[in-house]
Ligand binder design. Structure first.
Ligand SMILES: [Fe+2]
Ligand SMILES: [Fe+2]
Length: 483
């Protein structure tokens, strides 16, 4: 059967990859499926597995109508395998193999590399579901609860997407890796998830919005650069995942905007002009803007670590091999091989932060991170617009890339958000000004009261401008089943 834009529902697993005619992979996935459901039931959204949630399900890859909306119980969600259409005559667009036809099978010499990239990407998907599993209970509205669950089921689908590639193209090693993806656990001491930010807690809804804003955006950048891959099935998978990822970042960006709007509105009503009068603002039952800035500092810095070391031979090897490119690779005007090219990298030189020209090939991570930082800054401007509109004198700012880092050039120093190096003592005495303190966390936690009446919102967050799927304001996005 040829690959189509329509999803095949005749098997348990909706797909547009002709699974019915691929009995080996179909069987492997059917064997993996119960373990996945088991993982979802134990590590997925707690307390809502029997509720009806108004979810979109990817049913096709037609850009005009790829999803349909309906009430679904999450364990019955149709997690499918969908690849963006194959492009006629697609080539390897960069690296040593530039100009060759894109690979439909894994080149033997790059097998280990590709497997590693797919496993690392795959590991982040279930990790975020685990991190967010308790948030349903404190949802500030049914609208937000639905968005959380939408993100969760789609991260589940992204895991399926990576597991499909492992089963289809990596034989026995692939099956073993797919099983291990269900065994690691976010934050677990013995079997943690692979990357730092995915082992952190997501203790409250402001964290959830910051996570989807900053960390899902790292996901976007990684998917964008894997979408450039010379290994065509990986490219096509990532291209389709990006359509879903956009909603995750929308949830984060608008979630923070709505919290900002509510805070500014409450301040205006109470005639509080000073955004730093934290005690007065908190009395209004809203989150003060400086605390939101601290949360942004935390999630931004954790997400920067996901880009790895600024200068990296691994990244150079991936690029040279043609397996992982740059953001919007084909739109960049250069030789796409980076012979002799350099790229400015911020480095620590004699205790000072300086820009140093490095070979562009080893600076691939740095370049992707720069693109990421620029993308983060854009959305933050929208938060600032919302503040400006209300007349409150406050602006969000991204901290310096050296701030609060665990990986790369700046892991050994204590930098302020402005990028000055501090002594250990200075850092210890000031870090609560820049990162959420225990008291900040406790305060936010005190606001996390569930608000589950249709059309109602918790004290700290404004209503959205439009509903999901154009639904009216009082639409019941989740029909909560109380057992
Ligand atoms: Fe994802
Ligand atoms: Fe995501």
């Amino acid at each position: 059967m040829p690959e189509t834009t329509h999803v095949d529902y005749s098997t348990k697993i909706p797909n547009n990859v002709g699974l019915m005619d691929d009995q080996r992979v179909l069987k492997a996935l059917e064997q993996w499926h119960p373990g996945y459901i088991d993982w979802w039931m134990t590590m997925g959204p707690e307390g809502f597995q029997t509720s009806d949630v108004y979810l979109r399900t990817a049913v096709s890859i037609d850009p005009k109508g790829w999803a349909k909306f309906d009430y679904v119980k999450m364990p019955e969600y149709r997690w499918g395998i969908l690849l963006a259409p194959r492009l006629e005559d697609r080539k390897v667009n960069f690296g040593a193999h530039k100009g060759e036809a894109a690979w439909q099978e894994v080149p033997g010499e790059y097998r280990a590399m590709l497997r590693r990239l797919i496993v690392v990407q795959g590991d982040t998907e279930p990790a975020s579901v685990e991190q967010q599993r308790f948030l349903g209970k404190t949802a500030p509205s049914l609208y937000d609860m639905r968005n959380l669950f939408q993100v969760n089921v789609e991260e589940g689908r992204h895991l399926w997407a990576m597991v499909y590639l492992l089963h289809k193209y990596f034989g026995k090693d692939g099956r073993e890796e797919a099983d291990q993806l269900l065994q690691r656990r976010s934050g677990d001491a013995d079997k943690p998830r692979m990357l730092g930010a995915f082992n952190e807690e997501t203790p409250d809804w402001l964290s959830f919005f910051m996570f989807t804003y900053f960390t899902d955006r790292d996901g976007k950048m990684q998917l964008e650069s894997l979408a450039q891959s010379g290994f065509d099935p990986l490219s096509r998978t990532c291209r389709f995942m990006l359509t879903e990822e956009a909603h995750h970042m929308f949830v984060g960006e608008t979630g923070v905007t709505r919290a900002v709007e509510r805070t500014c509105q409450a301040m205006q009503e109470a005639r509080i002009e000073d955004p730093y009068d934290i005690a007065a603002v908190r009395k209004l039952g809203v989150i003060d803007l400086p605390t939101m800035q601290k949360k942004a500092n935390l999630h931004f810095s954790l997400s920067l670590d996901l880009f790895g070391s600024e200068v990296s031979t691994n990244a150079a090897n991936y690029y040279n091999a043609g397996v992982k490119g740059r953001f919007q690779e084909t739109r960049i005007e250069d030789d796409h091989q980076l012979t002799g090219a350099t790229y400015p990298v911020s480095k620590l030189v004699d205790g000072q932060i300086r820009m140093v020209e490095e070979p562009a090939l080893t600076a691939i991570n740095m370049r992707l991170r720069d693109d990421y930082v620029a993308d983060c800054a854009k959305g933050m401007e929208r938060w600032n617009k919302a503040i400006e509109k209300s007349g409150v004198a406050f602006r969000f700012k991204l901290p310096h890339v050296a701030f609060h880092r665990e990986i790369g050039e700046f892991q050994g120093i204590n930098a302020s958000p402005e990028g000055e190096a501090l002594s250990d003592a200075e850092w210890a005495s000031r870090k609560d000004e820049w990162l959420p303190s225990k008291a900040d966390g406790d305060f936010i936690q005190s606001l996390m009261q569930p608000c589950w009446e249709p059309g109602q919102f918790a004290s700290w967050i404004a209503a959205p401008k439009v509903g999901i799927d154009n639904k009216a304001g009082d639409f019941e996005y989740v029909k909560i089943h109380r057992a």
